[in-house]
Ligand binder design. Structure first.
Ligand code: CTP
Ligand code: CA
Length: 229
């Protein structure tokens, strides 16, 4: 068994990670967003750093300390995250998308705070779809990172949807997280995941997210034999 701490499994490898939620402004005081603590992505960044990688962490707003040694790119919206991901992932060895990207954003951002009116009890928001960041990175062509990894948080039929996402987004690997399991996932320090590649299925956990992160990094290095190149 390879241990991420005893040998630099990813020495000199360039790893780019997206983490946390994105926030999509409605007006100067309001936004729409997703649940995401960022813990899994930050733990993966720390594990990749411990394995000797050069890590760029593109993060939405979270309440976590930056992993020591990571190059931090702080962003707010999905479009900012997409721009940063495309800029920094060119020729990376591994791109890992853990971010909970808001799928939609308001089509216009109001320059002033929207006011309640006495005439209407409802309010309509018109939303447009955000870019699919990991799919865009996986479609970079000659600049594509050698390996592209996605995450899928699903509340039902987790493996079926996860397998479909891996193929649709042209990912080398997808890490599936079944959020219907009580006490795991969002906000929690624990998680249990299933990893699918084109040719393998591997379960990790339930364990601490920090431990899952180390095992994921070891699995990637081992599966793709990255330390032998
Ligand atoms: N993802 C991304 N950009 C988006 C949406 C998702 O990079 N605009 C990435 C996530 O970071 C994750 C993977 O795609 O690695 C799967 O995210 P998920 O929300 O499960 O997939 P979606 O394609 O958005 O499908 P769904 O309709 O289930 O939300
Ligand atoms: Ca989504």
């Amino acid at each position: 068994r390879i241990n991420a701490f005893s040998s630099p499994l990813l020495a000199g490898k360039k790893v780019v990670i997206t983490a946390g939620p994105t926030q999509e402004p409605i007006d100067p005081v309001r936004y729409i967003s997703n649940h995401s603590s960022g813990k899994m992505g930050y733990a993966i960044a720390a594990a990749a750093l411990a394995a000797g990688a050069e890590v760029t962490l593109i993060s939405g707003p979270v309440a976590l300390p930056s992993p020591a040694g990571a190059r931090m790119i702080n962003v707010t919206t999905a479009i900012e995250m997409a721009d940063a991901a495309l800029e920094h992932s060119c020729h990376a060895d591994i791109f890992i998308a853990t971010a909970a990207v808001a799928d939609f954003r308001p089509d216009t951002v109001h320059p002033h705070k929207l006011k309640k009116t006495s005439t209407s009890a409802v309010m309509d928001l018109h939303l447009v779809q955000n870019p699919d960041i990991v799919a865009q990175v996986a479609a970079l062509g000659s600049k594509r990172p050698a390996r592209v990894v996605g995450f899928a948080a699903e509340s039902r039929d987790a493996e079926k949807y996860g397998a479909e996402k891996r193929i649709r987004k042209q990912l080398d690997m997808i890490v599936i997280n079944d959020i219907s399991v009580a006490g795991l996932g969002f906000g929690s320090n624990h998680n249990k995941v299933t990893i699918l590649t084109g040719e393998s299925r591997t379960e990790i956990g339930p364990s601490l997210k920090t431990d899952i992160a180390r095992q994921l990094i070891s699995f990637m290095a081992e599966h793709w034999q990255l330390n032998s190149s």
